[in-house]
Design a protein around this ligand. Structure first.
Ligand code: FAD
Length: 349
């Protein structure tokens, strides 16, 4: 007889793979169902940054030390160190203050030192150096977190319902599966899912482009954040990412967004807007209106069906931080940080 699964996870992105890894480590039987291939949603746009000082003022990300420790525990491969140039004097003032408040995370580099140490950059207002930041190939990271876990690709979940004993799922191929618990980590599909529409989640489209690295740049180019972000992949290729479209006519990459991204990063590195474009991709990252935090928790009082989404632009750090606590949250939903609870949030809440 086949053993009934403890948990079925829908979606093999950063959220689903983190939850799967932590549950499997604790001995639970888990299965991840993925409509496409692993990391075919937002987690598949290429390189991203786990940036501990991401806000406009360069304040530390929420619970950043716990998030970095969780990432370390999970295994996170990627080049360490991020530079974050200030956009103007006002932002430089905030950055100086943030480095003063969190010297363990970021060190302020004055405009003079910046131009001496990083002559290839345009950083006339100075920059923050963030040694613990990491440039991560998100899809590879997801794959490595899912190693040894039962992942079923090309398996779309059509619908699900709670039953007294657990959750029943109907798959697009006509078969069904059941488990004690379900965790929906299905990214932008949650926007059109009748069972989650009431949560008023919000999608923001972003884009990445891969360009041929200009020969005059150093080897490797440090990872850059601020005006979009730039990551040196090696092999003379750079990934440039960014873009915040709240409405879009196509989910695909567009030439307009590519031009915007290139113009944006040209403020950082002169001439990069003329680099040869190799590839472009776009995706929707999920956010929770009224908060800058993810949403995690049970969708109903039975506690059988859960959701984990809203990772926004901090997918790598937030997936690690909350995924690490998933089984604690299962046994005590009150342990979920209240700001991350499952409630309908209006745009002004
Ligand atoms: C351009 C861009 C740049 C970004 N840069 C960064 C960055 O630098 N740093 C950072 O931390 N974050 C970054 N992010 C954000 C990060 O990518 C997301 O927060 C994260 O990938 C979200 O992960 P997820 O698992 O919630 O969703 P997704 O990765 O979208 O995964 C959802 C998965 O569910 C599957 N699915 C959907 N419906 C079903 C169904 N019915 N049945 C089965 N499977 C289903 C989908 O196929 C998909 O694979 C960026 C995002 C974008 C778009």
């Amino acid at each position: 007889m086949t053993k009934r699964l403890d948990t079925i996870i829908v979606g093999a992105g950063l959220a689903g793979s983190s939850v799967a890894l932590w549950l499997a480590r604790e001995g639970q039987s888990v299965c991840v169902l993925e409509a496409g291939s692993i990391a075919s949603g937002a987690s598949g746009v290429g390189f991203g940054l786990a940036n501990p000082m991401m806000s406009r003022k360069g304040r530390p990300v929420w619970r950043v030390h716990e998030a970095l420790a969780a990432l370390e525990e999970m295994g996170c491969s990627g080049r360490r160190g991020i530079l974050r140039p200030a956009k103007n004097e006002e932002q430089a003032d905030y950055f100086i203050e943030s480095c003063g408040l969190s010297p363990d995370i970021g060190a302020w580099v004055s405009p003079e030192s910046a131009s001496e140490q990083f002559p290839f950059l345009t950083a006339p207002f100075g920059l923050i150096s963030i040694p613990s930041g990491i440039a991560v190939q998100m899809a590879s990271q997801v794959r490595s977190w899912l190693e040894g876990i039962d992942v079923r690709e090309n398996t779309r979940v059509k619908s699900w319902r709670e039953s007294g004993q657990g959750v029943e799922l109907d798959l697009a191929d006509g078969s069904s599966l059941s488990a004690d618990r379900l965790v929906l980590c299905s990214g932008s599909a949650l926007l059109s899912d009748p069972k989650t529409q009431h949560l008023n989640l919000h999608g923001i489209k972003g884009q990445t482009i891969r360009v041929r690295k200009p020969a005059e740049l150093p080897e490797p180019l440090p990872s850059l954040s601020g005006f979009g972000y730039v990551v040196d992949e090696g092999n003379s290729v750079l990934t440039i990412g960014g873009g915040f479209e709240h409405q879009w006519s196509t989910p695909l990459a567009t030439p307009e967004a590519t031009t915007d991204l290139l113009n944006t990063v040209a403020h950082l590195i002169k001439g990069i807007d003329e680099a040869e474009i190799i590839e472009q991709s776009a995706a929707i990252r999920m956010t929770v209106p009224g908060t800058r935090l993810p949403m995690i928790g049970p969708l109903s009082s039975s506690g059988r069906a859960w959701i984990f989404t809203g990772l926004g632009s901090k997918g790598i750090l937030m997936a690690a931080l909350l995924g690490e606590n998933i089984s604690r949250f299962f046994s005590n939903p009150l342990a979920i940080p209240p700001a991350c609870g499952v409630v309908r949030r209006g745009a002004n809440s």
